[in-house]
Ligand binder design. Structure first.
Ligand SMILES: NC(=O)c1ccc[n+]([C@@H]2O[C@H](COP(=O)([O-])OP(=O)(O)OC[C@H]3O[C@@H](n4cnc5c(N)ncnc54)[C@H](OP(=O)(O)O)[C@@H]3O)[C@@H](O)[C@H]2O)c1
Length: 331
């Protein structure tokens, strides 16, 4: 145990926000049952929003972002977790208005904490992180709605991003023919390595946006973009197909009409990973450690960085420049 520990801290400075490495004490952490020594965290789009002063994500600054953390339990007053137990904390309020995984310690309610599944280490858990949990929830949503590999091609939009790349890899692993919707033509080889059978360019994803329905193509879709790409994906979904909608990287708008739903029986299904009941999160983590274990997982690591080296990546992810996942190594 330690009196002080390293953490990133975002604070208002002049017109903007800066994030620097500081020393904090355990007394600085909020009240909570479980004290966790964080070993690994990761970078998600929402972390970059928090680190850039987005008040929709974080109201109070100074603040330590990091919506993902994996590490070891130091103490638990609820009696749920033994000292030294490997755990994962993602979502709920972690890294939003509760000091997050970009600190060497977090203190959180036991109701936010899930055990590391057997066979998965903390680094692997954070290689997935919220992005992988969300990809897993999207895939589970499509499977639950009855989409099978025999039904035809599935589309993943924002395919080079964290949620997108892990969705491509998961769906390919399950035997689906995955088309990767991406703005990065130069990522073709990498997306193929992850299991995509072909690419759909950003222009192709937007073509025909003025039409009420488009040629039916997709048995299922994982959409991380929202806006016109999502509207077009719904309009191109084949009879009885399903669309899992989890992101807003392009827009929060949805310029759509009812025809795909009432003529083609298309289902548009929302996916949230943040407030999802802990048991549902644990079920996805269990699958990611067993039958959804991905042979291509290491290919998804864009970089493995220390806390000090993380801040420049906030801008990259905000500008849509990610290709895979950033792992953050704490101790
Ligand atoms: N519902 C949930 O619980 C949940 C959980 C995690 C994330 N999310 C949301 O899911 C989205 C993806 O998150 P992430 O962490 O995977 O982010 P990310 O790594 O930044 O991936 C987003 C990808 O979307 C594409 N993109 C970015 N800006 C775009 C634009 N303006 N127009 C079209 N495409 C654009 C880019 O991929 P290409 O260049 O390949 O097109 C980018 O790599 C975000 O909106 C995030 O808030 C939701």
């Amino acid at each position: 145990m330690t009196d002080t520990f390293a953490a990133l801290q975002t604070r208002a400075e002049g017109e903007g926000y800066t994030t620097t490495l500081v020393q904090r004490t355990l007394e600085d952490l909020p009240e909570g049952e479980v004290l966790v020594r964080v070993q690994w965290s990761s970078l998600n789009y929402k972390d970059a929003l928090s680190a850039s002063g987005n008040k929709g994500v974080t109201r109070q600054y100074p603040h330590t972002p990091g919506i993902d953390a994996a590490g070891e339990v130091v103490s638990d007053s609820s009696g749920t977790f033994a000292e030294g137990a490997g755990v994962i904390v993602t979502g709920y309020d972690l890294g939003m208005n509760t000091a997050g995984g970009y600190g060497e310690y977090i203190r959180v309610p036991a109701a936010w904490v899930t055990r590391l599944p057997q066979g998965m280490d903390a680094r692997t858990a954070m290689l997935f992180g919220t992005a992988g949990l969300t990809a897993g929830l999207c895939v589970q949503t499509l499977l639950d709605s009855g989409v099978t590999p025999e039904d035809g091609e599935v589309l993943v939009t924002g395919a080079t991003g964290g949620v997108g790349s892990l969705s491509v890899a998961l769906l390919a692993h399950l035997g689906f023919r995955v088309v990767a919707g991406t703005g990065k033509a130069d990522a073709a080889d990498w997306l193929t390595t992850l299991g995509a059978v072909s690419l759909l360019s950003r222009e192709e994803m937007l073509a025909g946006a003025e039409r009420p329905v488009l040629k039916p193509r997709w048995a299922g879709v994982v959409d991380t973009l929202g806006g016109e790409p999502l509207a077009n994906a719904v309009k191109s979904t084949a009879y009885g197909g399903s669309v899992a909608c989890c992101g807003l990287a392009a827009s929060t708008a949805l310029p759509l009409n009812v025809l795909p739903f009432i003529l083609r029986n298309v289902r548009l299904l929302g996916v949230d990973s943040v407030e999802q009941p802990l048991a549902a999160k644990a079920a996805i983590w269990q699958r990611l450690a067993t039958d959804w274990r991905l042979p291509v997982l290491e290919q998804i690591v864009a970089a493995e960085v220390s806390l000090a080296d993380l801040p420049p990546w906030f801008d990259t992810i905000l500008k849509g420049g990610m290709r895979g996942r950033i792992l953050v190594r704490l101790s």
